[in-house]
Design a protein around this ligand. Structure first.
Ligand SMILES: [Zn+2]
Length: 80
């Protein structure tokens, strides 16, 4: 028989507190220049069941550029 379970779902992880695989919530923890750090918590009890860091730095640059406010225009001289 073929594997009826198919692919392992990344959205479901084993929770030590629930003692079974539960749906997880992916939470963005940190945005780093090297990538984003994610936290996986059990959607039932909230226990952290895993985490991962990806190597996608685009989010960092997006956040960094959004935080960089444009400089206010210099005060203009009153017209003579
Ligand atoms: Zn749980």
């Amino acid at each position: 028989m073929a594997d009826s379970f198919g692919e392992l779902e990344a959205s479901s992880l084993f929770c030590p507190r629930c003692k079974r695989a539960t749906a997880v919530r992916k939470k963005l923890l940190l945005v780093l220049p090297t990538g984003n750090k994610y936290d996986y918590t059990c959607s039932v009890c909230g226990t952290q069941v895993g985490g991962k860091t990806d190597s996608n730095s685009s989010e960092f640059h997006r956040v960094a550029s959004a935080a960089r406010k444009p400089l206010p225009p210099p005060p203009g001289r009153p017209p003579c």
